[in-house]
Structures are given as C-alpha cells and as structure tokens.
Design a protein around this ligand. Structure first.
Ligand SMILES: [Zn+2]
Ligand SMILES: [Zn+2]
Length: 217
C-alpha cells in the first residue's frame, strides 16, 4: 500500500471522498476515483486535481463568451494558502485569476500588480474576469478601506524635469516641489539630489543634470 497512512476506509457508497477538501463522489476504499488512482500509483494525494486542458479551456472560454455579473466559482483546485483558483498551466501563470485578468484588462502595469477580485471573493475561488482588476498591494488596501487612491500622474515631461531642477536650484525644498507638482518624493529626490539621468531622449534635461552634478549643486 502506498500513499498516505490512516486514510479512512469505512465510508460507504453515496458518500464523498475522505481526502480533506475533496468532495468528489466516493468510489472505493474511502476515496474518489482520482484519489484511489493516486493512492494506488503512489502519487501525492494533496496535489491539485489534474483536469484535462480542454475542459478547463472550455470553462474559461465561457467566462468570456457568456459574461455574467455574478461571481463564478472555479470548480477545480485552489491554492492551498490563498484559496485562489489554481491550475497547472505550462503556458501561463498557475494563478487562474492572473491569466484571466491579463486577458480581460491587458498586461499588468508593473510586475507588482496583482489580479485583485473587486468582489472580494478570490479566496472563495471567484474567477469572473469582470471582477478582476490589476492592483498593487497599496491600491488594494486603499480600495478595501473604501478610499480612493490618488490618480497616478503621467510621467514627467522633459520640461517638467527641468522645472523641478530649476525650482530646486532656486531654493525650493524637495518636499515642496513634490507636493506642488504632484510627483512622488522619491522621484524629486532622485532628480534633485542624486542627479539621476532621466530617459535618454530627454537630452536637454540630462545635460543639465550632468552639469549640476559636476558643479556639485
Ligand atoms: Zn478525492
Ligand atoms: Zn466575484
């Protein structure tokens, strides 16, 4: 006998599998057909069920071809810790919601962005693409606390970078510049104090940065 010890064998037909979290119908020796096979072959009992790709693909296609407003609960495996819908996906993420969010909303703005369910039912396995948005951890917390995140301003233009430098040279503090221009403090700090070069196409701004750096100002 291979597999987990102590598996209950006393269940009867009509019952479900005794593996925790598995509610597949009982087949034999306390187990569903999948877990029975796993035990017989000595495979890991806890691994998510392997469903055939075409079944999963059809389910996912339906999410898009027959969009609905209510939560759609992923009928297969869920990640052990998070409860989020999970699958073995050699062509993408094992996180189902991440793949669905990408398909619904396009690529994540940054690698830090997570596919977040606005219905707050990701842990229950909701995979409705219409409920998914890309959010950073901070944005997610802010939304869940009912706060609006300040809208991210577009990146600084070359003229704005120069204006930041001129304001700093004129004696304005970095904090004041950041607040006045609606730019992050770290951005202003990196321009004014570290004199970090900006994007290569901003030749005038970069020349000014080099000049100020060598003048040590
Ligand atoms: Zn089972
Ligand atoms: Zn939902």
């Amino acid at each position: 006998m291979t597999g987990k010890k102590g598996m209950g064998h006393e269940r009867v037909h009509g019952d479900t599998c005794t593996v925790p979290g598995c509610d597949r119908p009982y087949m034999s020796k306390g187990l569903c057909s999948m877990h029975y096979e796993r035990k017989r072959k000595g495979y890991a009992m806890e691994a998510p069920p392997m469903v055939s790709g075409s079944v999963v693909d059809a389910f996912i296609e339906r999410l898009f071809s027959e969009p609905q407003d209510e939560c759609v609960i992923w009928p297969w495996a869920r990640a052990t810790m998070s409860g989020y819908a999970y699958r073995i996906n050699p062509n993408g993420s094992n996180s189902v919601s991440r793949d669905l969010c990408r398909r619904h909303n396009g690529e994540p703005p940054t690698p830090e962005h997570q596919a977040a369910p606005t219905c707050e039912r990701g842990r229950e396995g909701c995979v409705n693409p219409k409920h998914l948005v890309w959010e950073t951890g901070a944005e997610n917390m802010a939304r869940r606390r009912g706060k609006k995140m300040p809208q991210l301003r577009p990146p600084l233009t070359e003229d704005e970078v120069i204006a930041v430098l001129q304001a700093y040279s004129g004696g304005e503090s970095t904090v004041s510049i950041a607040r006045r221009m609606g730019v992050s403090y770290s951005r202003v700090y990196s321009i004014c104090l570290k004199k970090t070069q900006v994007r290569p196409s901003f030749t005038r701004a970069n020349a000014l940065l080099t000049q100020l750096r060598s003048a040590n100002r």
